[in-house]
Design a protein around this ligand. Structure first.
Ligand code: ITT
Length: 199
């Protein structure tokens, strides 16, 4: 049976396919790009969980198929949790990863190493066409580098060094990142829920 991945972010799609396949989820995973006529949902929620549910419900309603969605972002301690749910458009243009990262580094230029704590959060939501919903969260704690390193992953990966690591997320292999990431944790927790509700 088919399960919609309610995201248009290519980095997320790549990671989700690997995470869900590794977890043994038997469903055919169909990206939202297979439905180009369905408009993007307005992310009007004030939490990651609310926005993930909005995206999952929108795709489930529009396709008549169950859908999972990811809302995620980087929460920086000295910025009181910003960029948070605004991570994808921190510098103004939605999805301009390089501009977002450069602006964040500029905002933190005076902050010393002891005060550069941050965490990635991912809310993973499941919605079915009958309106059933579930949502779980995962986190990855770390510190922010002063300069980007690495070419893997996407978004803020080149500046986030996970706790206990000497490399940034962008220097990890995809499997290493998925094993510890906010997204890996959230979607591995969602898999038994998907199995229970969808069979
Ligand atoms: P969809 O809504 O279509 O899923 P999006 O990119 O708009 O795609 P979000 O609103 O959830 O998704 O924004 C997520 C942003 O948070 C993303 O653009 C990155 O800047 C950042 N982010 C999330 N997960 C990340 C990760 O694993 N590594 C680095 N940055 C990440």
């Amino acid at each position: 049976s088919r399960l919609i991945l309610a995201t248009r972010n290519a980095g997320k799609i790549t990671e989700l396919r690997a995470i869900l396949a590794d977890a043994g989820l038997p469903h055919d995973l169909v990206g939202a790009d297979a439905y180009p006529d369905i408009p993007d949902v307005r992310e009007t929620g004030v939490t990651f969980a609310e926005n993930a549910l909005l995206k999952a419900h929108a795709l489930a309603q529009a396709t008549g198929l169950p859908a999972v969605a990811d809302d995620s972002g980087l929460c920086v301690d000295v910025l009181n949790g910003a960029p948070g749910i605004f991570s994808a458009r921190w510098a103004g243009t939605h999805g301009d990863d390089r501009a977002n990262l450069d602006l964040l580094l500029a905002q933190l230029s005076d902050i010393d190493d002891a005060h550069r704590g941050a965490r990635f959060t991912c809310a993973a939501a499941l919605a079915t066409p009958d309106g059933t919903e579930r949502v779980v969260e995962g986190h990855l704690n770390g510190t922010l580098r002063h300069t980007p390193a690495g070419t893997g992953g996407f978004g803020y990966d080149p500046i986030l060094q996970p706790e206990g690591e000497t490399r940034t997320c962008a220097e990890l292999t995809p499997a290493e990142k998925n094993a510890i990431s906010h997204r890996g944790k959230a979607f591995r927790a969602l898999v038994p829920v998907v199995r229970e509700l969808l069979g």
